[in-house]
Design a protein around this ligand. Structure first.
Ligand code: ZN
Length: 441
């Protein structure tokens, strides 16, 4: 691939920060140079062009009217649940039985799974998301179909086969041994195959026996650089159920700890109803909580205490949790995160919330040398935002006095309409108004 030069306003967070409002980089007129799918240069446009020896007319410059930011990261989402997004009237445990489990049974067919994977990826790109940590179903072919679809776009994705051996329909059950061997095969086939990464995926403790959790922990030990993804303390009835199913453990997290599932690269969805001990243990382990505000509001699960997590030093990454969540847009989820924090007397800065779905998520997940920022050497996953997407947002942005106000308006009012173009490894995979065509690399 030849060199591409993208010129426009550019914003990103170059490093890990506890105060992203003060640690962002912004160029009103910047350039981002892409070579072989990686970022080869980032900086001020005029400085770059002055130093450039190639005649200006020969430079392959793409001019962007909108704001360039890193590709967004959705750290917890279920691709088989996209078709049950916006389903009425249930809280977590009834939601699973009524909507999720019937939908997931269709993924026994690889062709069905591939169709849904293609649709899901197309939707992610249309919403500006270039990396997601994705739950498949219990069927190994649902993972294969997903990774094949992701590989066809050269997109960096994380996915895993759900492990469930009890408390779910028989059609969705595996066994401790089958789950172990199928996961192991998928790890060997897909983990670090191109840009794909594997996540060992026990759905949550109630749907796995202790024997299965132990096998998941064994896998995690045998493959220490894989991710682990599961759910933790989402709903009060679920926490009560944990107490009944696992009476010997002091709390929910202790069940996972006892089975070697709490470590760096462990991603715990929700973490709403945690004890003091669980916050401290999560921080000490280096694990991450996925803050899923739209899902938590929609399913009536509760309010994630972002301030308390931060005060305890727990890593946090923002997530949609679709289909419990109501939007794949990480902007819509930033808007909901702001409201969840407001209900707890905290105003979440727009820089903080953008950080939580770009560099902050990448740092928490240990992949910030690859994605999450626009640093030289990082993979060229980025998004151009449309700064005039709707009459309402256009007027609001025109009245904004500074970048912070602009960003807050985009976060609060934005959805897929604010995405003008999405690039994966330097290649455009989505452009507003153009019919999407899937192309193999
Ligand atoms: Zn979830």
């Amino acid at each position: 691939m030849t060199r591409q030069i993208h010129r426009g306003s550019i914003l990103h967070f170059p490093k890990a920060s506890l105060n992203p409002s003060e640690h962002y980089q912004y160029w009103e007129d910047g350039v981002l140079v892409v070579k072989h799918g990686l970022i080869a240069h980032l900086g001020d446009a005029k400085d770059f062009l002055q130093a450039e020896t190639t005649p200006l007319a020969q430079l392959p410059i793409v001019k962007h009217q909108g704001l360039i930011i890193p590709g967004l990261i959705d750290s917890h989402v279920h691709y088989p649940q996209v078709e049950v997004i916006a389903s009425f009237g249930k809280q977590l445990l009834d939601w699973l039985n009524t909507y999720t489990f019937p939908a997931e049974q269709q993924f026994i067919e690889a062709a069905y799974a591939r169709g849904q994977a293609d649709f899901f990826l197309q939707q992610l790109f249309a919403h500006g998301t270039t990396t997601a940590s994705v739950y498949a179903t219990v069927h190994p072919q649902s993972v294969t179909s997903f990774f094949e679809a992701a590989q066809s776009h050269n997109a960096r994705m994380i996915c895993g086969k759900v492990l469930m051996d009890r408390n779910c329909p028989a059609a969705l059950q595996d066994t401790p041994d089958n789950g172990y061997y199928e996961s192991k095969q998928l790890i060997e086939q897909w983990h670090k195959n191109g840009r794909q990464l594997y996540a060992i995926t026990p759905r949550f403790a109630p749907t796995s026996s202790e024997a299965q959790l132990a096998k998941a922990g064994q896998l995690a030990k045998e493959h220490p650089d894989t991710f682990i993804q599961t759910h933790l303390s989402e709903n009060p009835n679920e926490v009560q159920w944990i107490n009944e199913l696992f009476p010997d453990y002091s709390d929910y997290l202790a069940v996972y700890e006892a089975h070697d599932l709490v470590r760096e690269k462990s991603l715990f969805g929700h973490g709403i109803h945690l004890t003091d001990r669980e916050y401290i243990a999560l921080a000490a382990s280096g694990a991450t909580i996925n803050f899923c505000p739209s899902s938590n509001l929609f399913l009536g699960s509760g309010l994630f205490n972002y301030q308390r997590a931060q005060a305890n030093g727990v890593s946090v990454a923002l997530a949609s949790d679709v289909g419990g969540g109501t939007s794949l847009s990480m902007f819509a989820n930033q808007a909901d995160a702001y409201k969840v924090c407001q209900l707890q007397q905290t105003s979440l800065s727009p820089f903080d919330s953008l950080y939580l779905c770009t560099q902050g998520a990448a740092v928490a997940m240990g992949i910030d040398t690859q994605i999450g920022n626009l640093n030289v050497g990082s993979e060229a996953d980025f998004v151009e935002l449309d700064m005039q997407p709707t009459p309402m947002l256009s007027q609001r942005l025109n009245k904004a006095r500074d970048l912070r106000e602009q960003l807050f308006a985009i976060n609060t009012l934005g959805d897929d309409r604010v995405i003008n173009a999405t690039y994966v490894a330097g290649k455009q995979v989505y452009k507003k108004g153009q019919h999407y065509v899937a192309t193999a690399v």
